[in-house]
Design a protein around this ligand. Structure first.
Ligand code: G6Q
Length: 550
């Protein structure tokens, strides 16, 4: 369906953007701000309690229009429509892409292969409500009748990062007596550290795996199952283990009753699955009403994305700005910095969303692309990261466009902490944009009492080139609705970039390669015969580790 023959970098709008780049790449943002008092207003969008300021970017109206032309030429609107209509836009896996159906609060029918998917989705949501309420109220108890207060999510990648990020983001909404834990890594430490803290009688394990064949998850689940059976006996399993999967056969084979299974579907990609039953840990921690509010927030963003003119469309503008930097300025990195401790896992979550979706080099016509795709995304919570990688953000030779995320009200308003926090983030954005000339640096030092000699010697080191872009998202408070909006905005941004780059954002061949390769070396480590020929480095390393483990 995406059978467009003209390569993206041959399009008229792309060529026009190349010209725009040549003409404007040196234009200073601070000059554009000085010339246009309306700039902040002009380049910002408000949606419900979310405010998106993109005025600190190296754009003007001409560039914005050229970027919008690119979206038009790439027929972004048609492809958005195709996703919402349940068309199989994941072309390599021949699947529909319907995380939007999971939060389709209007309940309007969405058809895949002629079948409306909404009744099944609603059924699972109802099952999640019933089960999460029973756990929270102590009506569904453990084998010995004790309340289940430790919720352990076992899963990896998309079956871990979303629930872990959202549970942490919404920590202040947790039921008082409930604690959530996440076991993802195959490293035995991940399992041990959790199991050492909890009592089996009070523990519910949620095994999350779309395929139910992922070695890390199954190994961790087996270890936890044994731990539970050793403590409480085989009969206890049905009271302490539930599964979330698309694969009932494997769930049963593992030893979890399918009655205790929450279903999801192959039209939900792993990294887009926290809105499905993969979010069960979130629902138990914060309650289904709050989970629903998160879905409401995401749906609000979905409708905005689907129905709003691109010039005022938050995810589309986010994507176009990134394309501008990635493909024309050749900026290879981007950073996301939430100024909210509870959002500390958002960068890790987005790392997967963005890099797994768009870290591709073959286009939808089976050709290698001749332009850059996904940037490297990194980040961390402010203000911590100001004391680590911000040196590079301010003065490094590579420019890193930043997204700042700020809740105006903290969940923990203590003294003036939050005002100091906000002052920091706003100062960062301003400093990155304005920079500091060597004359300013010199004068500042003289004013602070430095000798002229020292001030001359140091002024270059204290110069900041500025003109470094950032977006700022402001929310009233980071509640479930706001979180839903924020995450959905990034999902759609990623999708739009994939459309423009003409790649399939919904497969993950690289992750699958990793799964396959680990299995090929395992028998050798376990002294089982293998006739696989490795390179000499790998052979040496296998031998070294085996010797050390003797
Ligand atoms: C996500 C990826 C990947 C996946 C994990 C776990 O989009 O496909 O991160 O989520 O590999 O897979 P399972 O859920 O099948 O265990």
């Amino acid at each position: 369906m995406f059978g467009r023959k003209l390569e993206v970098n041959k399009l008229k709008s792309w060529k026009h953007l190349e010209k725009c780049y040549k003409k404007f790449c040196k234009t200073e943002m601070k000059e554009m701000f000085a010339k246009d008092p309306q700039r902040a207003e002009k380049y910002s969008i408000k949606l419900e309690n979310m405010f998106f300021d993109y005025s600190k970017n190296r754009i003007n109206d001409r560039i914005k229009n050229a970027l919008l032309m690119l979206a038009k030429e790439r027929k972004v609107d048609e492809k958005i429509h195709a996703m919402f209509e349940g068309e199989k836009i994941n072309q390599t896996e021949k699947r529909a892409v319907l995380h939007v159906a999971l939060r389709n609060r209007s309940n309007s029918p969405i058809y895949v292969d002629g079948k409306n998917v909404m009744p099944n989705i609603n059924e699972v949501l109802a099952k999640m409500r019933k089960f999460s309420e029973a756990v929270r109220l102590g009506k569904f108890t453990g084998h010995t009748g004790k309340k289940l207060i430790n919720i352990v999510n076992i899963g990896i990648g998309g079956s871990d990062l979303g629930p872990k990020m959202a549970c942490e983001a919404l920590r202040r909404y947790w039921a008082k007596d409930i604690k959530c834990y996440f076991i993802s890594n195959i490293d035995g430490t991940a399992c041990s550290e959790v199991l050492n803290k909890i009592n089996p009688e009070e523990t519910l394990f949620i095994v999350c795996s779309k395929t139910f064949t992922t070695i890390e998850t199954l190994t961790n689940a087996k270890t936890c199952r044994k731990w539970l059976v050793d403590a409480l006996g085989e009969h206890a399993v049905s009271k302490h283990f539930v599964a979330v999967s698309t694969n009932a056969k494997e769930v049963e084979k593992f030893g979890i009753d399918v009655e205790n299974m929450f279903e999801f579907w192959d039209f939900v990609g792993g990294r887009y699955s926290m809105w499905s039953a993969i979010g069960l840990s979130i629902a138990i921690a914060v309650g289904m009403d709050n989970f629903d509010k998160m879905l409401d927030g995401a749906h609000t963003m979905d409708m905005h994305f689907k129905n709003t003119d691109f010039s005022q469309n938050i995810p589309v503008m986010m994507a176009l700005l990134e394309i501008w930097y990635r493909n024309f300025f050749k900026f290879a990195n981007t950073a996301v910095i939430p100024y909210d401790q509870y959002l500390q896992y958002v960068p890790a979550y987005l790392q997967q969303l963005v890099m797994e979706s768009n870290g591709k080099s073959v286009n939808n016509e089976e050709k290698f692309v001749k332009y850059d795709t996904s940037p490297v995304l990194f980040g961390g919570a402010g203000t911590d990261v100001q004391h680590s990688f911000f040196q590079m953000i301010h003065q490094g030779t590579s420019i890193v466009p930043c997204d700042f995320i700020i809740p105006a009200i903290s969940h923990n308003e203590i003294g003036d902490h939050h005002e100091i926090l906000i002052a920091n983030v706003l100062a960062q954005g301003e400093a990155l944009m304005r920079g500091k000339t060597s004359t300013e640096a010199y004068e500042e030092m003289i004013k602070a009492g430095k000798s002229k000699e020292d001030a001359v010697a140091l002024k270059k080191y204290k110069t900041f080139s500025g003109n470094r872009p950032s977006n700022t998202f402001v929310f009233k408070k980071m509640d479930p609705f706001a979180l839903g909006m924020l995450i959905a905005a990034y999902e759609h941004k990623t999708f739009v970039e994939g459309i423009i780059w003409n790649i399939d954002s919904f497969d993950q061949m690289g992750v699958e390669l990793g799964k396959q390769m680990a299995l090929s070396i395992l028998p050798e480590l376990q002294n089982n015969a293998s006739n696989i020929q490795h390179d000499s480095s790998t052979e040496n390393l296998i031998k070294l580790v085996k010797d050390l483990r003797k």
